[in-house]
Design a protein around this ligand. Sequence first.
Ligand code: HH2
Length: 274
Amino acid sequence: MPFLQCGSFRLSLDRPLIMGVVNVTPDSFSDGGRFVTGGQAVAHARRLVDEGADILDIGGESTRPGSVPVALDEERRRVLPVIEALAGCGVPVSVDTRKPDLMREALAAGAAMINDVNALAAPGALEAVAASDAAACLMHKRGDPRTMQDDPRYEDVVGEVREFLLQRVAAVEATGIARSRIAIDPGFGFGKTHQHNVALLRALGEFSRLGVALAVGLSRKSMLGRITGREVGERIHASVAAALVAVAKGANIVRVHDVTATRDALAVWRAANP
Ligand code: HH2
């Protein structure tokens, strides 16, 4: 598994990749309301590329705990112009969506990756990706964002998340999508208590040995607030540390808001782990 194929981009996995987050939303938990116009979002995305992002992840619907779903039309209005403007920016553009219609439209607009917190489970999602040459990031989540943090329970969180992801990889492969186009993500904070998140972080190495790229999203999340006692705007140091921990445990892609800080930390890590 030496590379991740995202449309025409072949991203080497010899080094960790930085996925820069661009939320075109009024309500995302850490940057909601900062990039609500297409112009602001595109400018921010270009800045992230300059800072060293290897992939851009454009989202038009917050999936934070308690968030309310966004209608297709509204999500479309938020993300499609941004994707169109960024196609050709030099790095693959990913769209963070659960909606198969929007997946198809985003792919037509130039997206090279679908990042789905629903792991392509919605009817038509698998087919949308299979009909393209894009990559897919399959994330684990239990329940729906509105209620997912209401007492999530697992017998064995690591085993259950691992089993779920393996099943989704098999379902995706069955449509003819090559492993080199697939990434998995344990979904930190998605239907998981703090203890569940910590157990997954400790066991991350197990997820790095499943034969597909491993993506991890810990940036600014409440788990880091719980560990450090910091509010969301003050979690940059913890986020960088979390990205390093994830990479040291085998993560191939770190999904982050703070690209410069993460890039510098990973540069040091790479100097020590060539
Ligand atoms: N986390 C969020 C959204 N999408 N995708 C993947 N693959 N992994 C993640 O951990 C993940 C994700 C939540 O973070 P953010 O986009 O910053 O917030 P919001 O959902 O409030 O827009």
